[in-house]
Design a protein around this ligand. Structure first.
Ligand code: 26Q
Length: 831
């Protein structure tokens, strides 16, 4: 008791309890938060209570910086990025926020003093799965980098009550379970009931003449819902800047409740309330628009309208006019999902703020910028006109007007080229009249970018060819990047410590190209051994965890070969599987000593309605079931499907990988970002010349990268010449026997029907040319095994990968956006 008292008064003398960063203050603040915020004491506190107390303790330390940042940006009227994204896959926050505040060590000491297990507390945090995969995670990395680079930014999105489903594997099949991430409360968000906008849907438009005699349009929506703000602080690393992630929740306006009493139409009012609340209820778990439903379009309009009205509110409160709106805000459209912003900003400026059309168009175009994330034509978002007309009648008018003006320009530039006009139109007349969202975004933006060099080039020569011919100066490339704070410092502390020691300081965490200081040490056999020890420790951690999670504990000395990403045919998880079967056949004929021991780990979710992807998951598990239990294999081969791949679990995989599988068909993966995360953690890549793989290979050196497969150009040629997978199947012996093995029922208890759709598809269609690339892949994998046997050389290559990966920091990407696209300068915040 008396020692406690002494400690407390010492802390009081040093620094304020709610903001101080020392161990003693953290100890006291933790106790205060547990007691005063949650009304708990240690003896009865659940693990989640302890997590909440820790989270509030960390949050308290961000609030002053957050307020100061907002005040600084307001006073200086700083140009601000508005990053509009339907997804933000931010991951668990506690550990990362501690890294950013620089209090990880103090927190560890505080936990020790309190006799708490910090690792267990971190483990308790539920992650907000508000995204599907790459695109949502990219938005989160960019929020981190904007704060770290001191760029004023607001991320705008949707506060889904249910994020991406939890994936369970039952009998080898994916089973989806609802994600109830909010059930125990979310300590990071602050509810702002006063920041609330009424958002309309449906109804009709009316013409009227205003007092100045000008003819105007008014939208009379049939349904109105409220969008309420929930704010999450996003601190920068080692700076005082704390930016804002503002997510919108839909609610029924209060009048609904009163109506119920007044009119006696109780059920009608309840129905309307439910309909309003449905909008932000659940994330669509598909990463393609095929399953585009009315609710999805409502979600998009809902968050776009809330966000624009919030920006307009901020600008009016600051300057009293919207004439400089485009100078205040750089709006970044994360794919086409927020592209309604173009039409909605026009409506707000013209109909609600009575601005002339031409001026509003100038402002809209100057404010908006568009990032494209896909080349797959089937993934380009379009919406039926009749749905648009029903849901957003005024926006359809505006889109027609934008289209008419744009097509006039096309006709001026390309005289009498009706075919081109049809191709460029915002309206697709060929498929039952649909609005082309990519065209809306492109026409309404002053910059359009792809996410890797190859992707940006292919954009210009394929899906956006006509736009490129029309406005070539608007096209840019900004190669994606990922944050080293989460994907190195937080998830791989052993490696981070070693790197800091070799580099001499930890500047690399904010200047990732400083990793090049490792390069002169790549040949140092002592470093190679320490490097390997770090990797083996991470593999051991993963192995133990997998043992608990899946019942299989792989040998940390085997080669850890990992493919973790959404399950998609174009990503070719089944190409990986064919290699596994080839190794299995080899063991069966030449014994388990004939191969280099490998552990294959897969992770990834399939869209619930994507039958072929789900069948691939089943096949991975079925192959694992047989191989892992075959005594002839004797542990030389392991195949593990890690269920429920998410940000938290991803952090366990990257540090433990020896080999990263990046094997999509060339020309299909826009960039990929997992490729960067693996390489940053010392994995070598086996990959095609697709997406950012091309640039990773350029950076790390061709001799430190396992390349195989056709180029994008070769893919195009081969497809044009008529690709015949059956010809490969029937003439190429290893392929035939491997495919026949799947068809034989060996992996399906004799059932020859189960995998037939997959097998037949490969033999007769093979849209992603698995068979065409298989031989090259097999050969390359043999090379991998050979190189792996020389541990020193492998570690040398691994060190060089890390030393040369600096380019793929999201800081570099954000720097490029800031300079070339947004023209935005850093705005340092002082306390
Ligand atoms: C659209 C309309 C209706 C329903 C769903 C969607 C939808 C949702 C999510 C469409 C696409 C997505 C996600 C796409 C995505 O994650 N793309 C990936 O983006 C990464 C970041 O740029 C790239 O690295 C990947 O190559 C790309 O596949």
């Amino acid at each position: 008791m008396s020692t406690n008292k002494t400690a407390r008064s010492a802390a009081d003398a040093r620094e304020p309890t709610r903001t101080g960063l020392s161990k003693d203050t953290l100890v006291q603040a933790f106790g205060d938060n547990l007691f005063y915020v949650q009304g708990r004491f240690r003896e009865v506190a659940t693990p989640y209570d302890l997590f909440l107390a820790a989270a509030y303790t960390v949050r308290d330390r961000m609030l002053e910086r957050w307020i100061k940042s907002a005040r600084t940006y307001k006073e200086r009227n700083s140009r601000t990025v508005a990053y509009l994204s339907a997804e933000f896959l931010i991951g668990p926050q506690l550990g990362l926020n501690m890294v950013k505040l620089g209090i990880t060590e103090a927190a560890q000491e505080a936990a020790q003093e309190l006799d708490l297990d910090l690792t267990a507390i971190l483990e308790t945090e539920e992650e907000p799965g508000l995204g599907n995969g790459g695109l949502g995670r990219l938005a989160a990395c960019y929020m981190d980098s904007m704060a770290t680079l001191q760029i004023p930014a607001i991320g705008y999105g949707i506060r889904y009550e249910f994020g991406i489903f939890d994936q369970q594997i039952i009998d080898g099949w994916q089973v989806e379970k609802g994600d109830t991430w909010l059930r125990n409360g979310n300590p990071w968000e602050i509810h702002r009931p006063k920041i609330c906008f009424p958002i309309g849907f449906g109804g009709h438009t009316e013409q009227y003449t205003d007092s100045a005699g000008i003819s105007r349009t008014r939208w009379m929506p049939a349904l109105v819902v409220n969008g309420v703000a929930y704010d999450t602080p996003i601190p920068g690393y080692g700076v005082n800047n704390v930016n804002l992630l503002r997510l919108w929740k839909s609610e029924a306006p209060e009048s609904f409740d009163f109506q119920a009493f007044n009119t006696g139409n109780y059920y009608g009012a309840v129905h309307a309330k439910i309909e309003a609340e449905t909008i932000s209820k659940v994330l669509y778990p598909n990463d393609d628009p095929e399953v585009g439903k009315e609710l999805r379009l409502k979600q998009q309009f809902f968050f776009v309208s809330c966000s624009l009205r919030d920006m307009i509110r901020l600008e009016l409160s600051n300057t009293g006019t919207l004439e400089q709106f485009h100078q205040k805000f750089a709006i970044q459209l994360n794919d086409t999902h927020p592209s309604l912003a173009v039409a909605e900003l026009m409506r707000l400026l013209v109909d609600e703020h009575l601005m002339p059309w031409e001026q509003a168009w100038e402002i809209t175009q100057q404010a908006c910028h568009f990032t494209n994330h896909t080349l797959l034509p089937e993934a380009l978002e379009t919406w039926p006109i009749d749905l648009f007309e029903r849901l957003l009648p005024r926006h359809l008018d505006i889109i027609y007007q934008i289209n008419a003006n744009f097509l006039d320009q096309v006709r001026v530039k390309f005289f009498e080229d009706d075919e081109r006009v049809r191709r460029l139109s915002l309206i697709d007349e060929n498929n039952g009249r649909r609005v082309r969202m990519a065209h809306l975004a492109a026409v309404g933006s002053c910059a359009i970018n792809g996410v890797a060099e190859l992707h940006s080039e292919l954009l210009k020569s394929t899906v956006m060819q006509d736009f490129h011919a029309m406005v070539p100066e608007r096209f840019h490339n900004v190669t994606n990047g990922v944050t080293p704070r989460r994907f190195m410092v937080l998830s791989n502390p052993r490696l981070a410590t070693l790197i800091t020691e070799i580099c001499g300081d930890n500047q690399w965490v904010r200047q990732l190209d400083h990793l090049s200081a490792l390069e002169p040490h790549a040949d140092d056999s002592n470093l190679q051994e320490r490097w390997q020890a770090v990797k083996t420790a991470a593999k051991t951690d993963l192995s133990n965890w997998l043992g608990q999670e899946t019942g299989i504990t792989p040998d940390p000395n085997s080669l850890f070969d990992i493919q973790a990403k959404r399950i998609h045919e174009y990503k070719r998880q089944h190409l990986n599987l064919l290699h596994i079967l080839a190794l299995y056949e080899q063991i069966k004929t030449h014994g388990c000593d004939s191969i280099v021991p490998r552990t294959f780990i897969f992770g990834g979710k399939a869209a619930p309605g994507y039958y072929m992807a789900k069948l691939i998951i089943k096949l991975i598990n079925a192959v694992g079931e047989v191989i892992n239990h075959d005594p002839a294999v004797n542990g030389a081969l392991r195949v593990i499907f890690m269920p429920d791949f998410n940000v938290k679990r991803a952090q366990r995989l990257y540090p433990a990988a020896d080999l990263s599988e990046q094997i999509s068909l060339a020309g299909k993966e826009a960039s990929g970002t997992g490729n960067m995360k693996f390489s940053m953690n010392g994995a070598l890549t086996i990959g095609t010349l697709d997406g950012a793989n091309v640039e990773i290979r350029e950076e790390v050196g061709a001799e430190n990268f396992f390349l195989f497969g056709m180029t994008a150009a070769e893919v195009q040629q081969r497809q044009a010449a008529g690709y015949d997978p059956y010809a490969i199947y029937s003439t190429d012996e290893p392929i035939k026997s491997l495919i026949d093995l799947i068809a034989s029922g060996l992996f399906s208890h004799g059932d020859t029907e189960l995998f037939k759709p997959l097998v037949e598809n490969l033999m007769h269609h093979d849209p992603f040319m698995v068979l065409a690339d298989f031989r090259a892949y097999l050969k390359c994998q043999q090379q991998v095994a050979k190189v792996y046997q020389n541990a020193h050389n492998w570690q040398r290559m691994s060190i060089l990968n890390v030393a040369r990966i600096g380019k793929f920091s999201s800081d570099r990407a954000i720097q490029e956006y800031a300079e070339r696209i947004w023209q935005i300068k850093p705005e340092p915040v002082s306390l």
